[in-house]
Ligand binder design. Structure first.
Ligand SMILES: [Zn+2]
Ligand SMILES: [Zn+2]
Ligand SMILES: [Zn+2]
Length: 193
């Protein structure tokens, strides 16, 4: 195999360290970013607490969302301050990365278990989707090598789909564990087919 080492253009993380290196279009350049750097470079596209993507930032109803005091990061109000009422003025919101400059969106999987936790799986989905959107936009914008871009966009979309499927698996296995812990018979564990 003659494949070059794939590493993040920003922090230098390698595929094994950060799980996935995303091909992404950023400031009109094709880049490779790790999951953590994809999210750090795109505040405002996703909620930093539940990791859902904001479909159209321009159309967010302002009273449902809070922008970070220091950066363009936008969180769901219900995620940032779950107990605050809609009518009350919310306290100032600081996103996780502004609170802690060493903040990592993704927790590396433990070597023992070899699995990713639910939160990290959601982070992976968000990063893969942001990468897929950026590549699709690039494909639409540049006709001259649209074909190559379209291929890259397809790969990015496939990644997003895989990340979603992975999330579903993680959630399902958590559910199974919970069932087993709560005494439900595990003998007849269903097999996916
Ligand atoms: Zn990185
Ligand atoms: Zn949220
Ligand atoms: Zn911030």
């Amino acid at each position: 195999m003659n494949s070059p080492t794939t590493a993040c253009d920003i922090c230098g993380a390698t595929q094994t360290l950060s799980l996935t290196i995303h091909n992404i279009r950023h400031h009109a350049h094709n880049r490779r970013y790790c999951t953590n750097c994809v999210l750090k470079q795109h505040p405002g596209l996703f909620c930093p607490i539940c990791f859902e993507l904001h479909d159209d930032a321009a159309q967010l109803p302002p009273h449902h969302h809070l922008m970070c005091v220091r950066c363009p990061s936008i969180a769901h109000r219900s995620c940032a301050f779950p107990s605050s009422t809609a009518s009350a003025t919310p306290p100032p919101f600081f996103c996780p990365t502004c609170l802690d400059s060493n903040y990592n969106f993704i927790n590396l999987p433990s070597r023992k278990a070899g699995t990713v936790d639910v939160r990290s799986a959601k982070v992976l989905v968000a990063a893969a989707r942001i990468a897929a959107i950026s590549m699709s936009k690039a494909a639409a914008a540049a006709r001259f090598d649209a074909e190559r871009r379209a291929r890259e966009a397809a790969v990015a979309r496939k990644r997003a789909k895989e990340a979603l499927e992975h999330l579903a698996e993680v959630l399902a296995s958590e559910q199974t564990e919970q069932n087993e812990q709560s005494g439900v018979a595990s003998a007849g564990r269903r097999r996916g087919g």
